[in-house]
Each structure stands twice: as C-alpha cells, then as structure tokens.
Design a protein around this ligand. Structure first.
Ligand code: FAD
Length: 186
C-alpha cells in the first residue's frame, strides 16, 4: 500500500472488518473540532470533520466564528498543548504572521490598580487572528490522508437541545448556505 493511500481504501477499513479501528465524525471545524480530529487519528482509521461553513483555503472569515475578527492570543499553556498534537505549530504560526509577545513587557495593561509594570515574566504569548490559527491547524490536517473535511454541511440536531429525536447525529446538507464572506484585504 502506498503511504498516501487513503485509509478508506485499505482492506482493514471495509465495513464489518474486525481489524479496522473505526471512523469518527467530528462536528465543527473550530479549534475544538480540529484538535479533536488530530487526537482521534492516533487511534482510528479515519476522521470526518463536518462543518456548516464553507472552509476557506488559508485564513479567511466565515460566519461560524464571528469572534475571529478579534485579535486572539495563544497562551504558553495553549501553545504547549497544541504543539503536543501539532509539532512545530508555534513556528508555523510565526511564519504565517503570528506575533510573539513577551507579557507584560510588550503590552500596556491597565487594571484596577493602575498600569502593570512592563517586564518579561518569561511567559510568551502568540498574538494572531483566530482565522490564522484555524487556517494553520486546518492545513496541517488537510495533508493527513486519514482526515476528510465535509464543509457546507450542517449536522442534524442531537443531544438534549434536539426537539425531535434524530435517527443519527449525522450530516444533513446545508441548504442555501450563504457564501462565506471574503476577508477584507489587509
Ligand atoms: C471576542 C472573543 C475573543 C476571544 N479571544 C480569545 C483569545 O484571545 N484566546 C483564546 O484562546 N480564546 C479566545 N476566545 C475564545 C475562543 O474563540 C473560543 O474558546 C473558541 O472559539 C472555542 O472553540 P470551539 O471549537 O469550541 O468553538 P467555535 O470556534 O465556535 O467552533 C464551532 C464550529 O462548529 C461549527 N458548527 C456549529 N454547529 C454546527 C453544526 N450543527 N454542524 C456543523 N458545524 C457546526 C461552527 O460553524 C464553527 O466552525 C475568544 C472568544 C471571543 C468571543
């Protein structure tokens, strides 16, 4: 088998084959969905990520993550956790435009007791738009033949919020999904 052959093509992944390790479906291609997908491929043959938005190539705005327009930061602990799943992620983000910040050296922080003195406390942050963070994670997963994205697909309601029981919390094609707005230049 070629190393790039999709696991779905492998004999072990045929339905009913006891040697297959299984297929997981992740709902949502936000940070939680992307990290869950990465964690699941360690123990399953295939992971399908269902996302109701169309997913841009590279960083791009989309309706499902309206907070993306706010600057986000990755704390040292968040970066460490993500590096565990996506080795080299921090450097990848910096190459893509994320800004390393020493806190509170590089930030002017005003609290109830006035301004925080500016010094390097040894806890670096990475400043980046959420769309950039998501894009770098998504591209890493797109190169993994075990992961498949199913964009513009809304999952059926499931869990306590569902008004009518769904036969399966599976994908239901999004009808009339509005086109994903393009990110403004710059
Ligand atoms: C203003 C603001 C600033 C923030 N700043 C920071 C920060 O600096 N640092 C930080 O770490 N966090 C920050 N956060 C928090 C961070 O954005 C959230 O914790 C994070 O987005 C949660 O990720 P998530 O994957 O759980 O959910 P989301 O990012 O909301 O992703 C959910 C995904 O699921 C999709 N989806 C939902 N329903 C369906 C369905 N039925 N079918 C298919 N797809 C579906 C959505 O389209 C979306 O893509 C901030 C939040 C806000 C609001």
């Amino acid at each position: 088998m070629s190393p790039h052959q999709r696991p779905a093509d492998r004999p072990a992944d045929r339905p009913g084959d006891p040697h297959g390790r299984g297929h997981a479906v992740v709902i949502g291609a936000g940070l939680a969905g992307l990290t869950a997908a990465r964690a699941l491929v360690n123990s399953l043959d295939r992971v399908t990520v269902i996302e109701r938005d169309r997913l841009p190539q590279g960083p791009g705005r989309r309706p499902g993550i309206p907070q993306a327009r706010h600057t986000h930061t990755l704390t040292a602990a968040a970066r460490q956790g993500l590096e565990h799943l996506f080795p080299g992620l921090g450097q990848g983000l910096i190459r893509a435009g994320a800004v390393p910040l020493r806190v509170p050296q590089d930030l002017l922080l005003l609290g109830p007791h006035g301004r925080l003195p500016r010094f390097d406390c040894g806890l670096p942050l990475l400043g980046a738009g959420r769309d950039l963070i998501d894009a770098v994670l998504r591209e890493r997963l797109r190169t993994d033949p075990r992961v498949r994205f199913l964009p513009a697909t809304r999952s059926a309601p499931c869990g306590p919020a569902a008004t009518t029981p769904s036969p399966a919390c599976g994908p239901a094609p999004t009808r009339g999904a509005p086109p994903t707005p393009r990110a403004p230049p710059g």
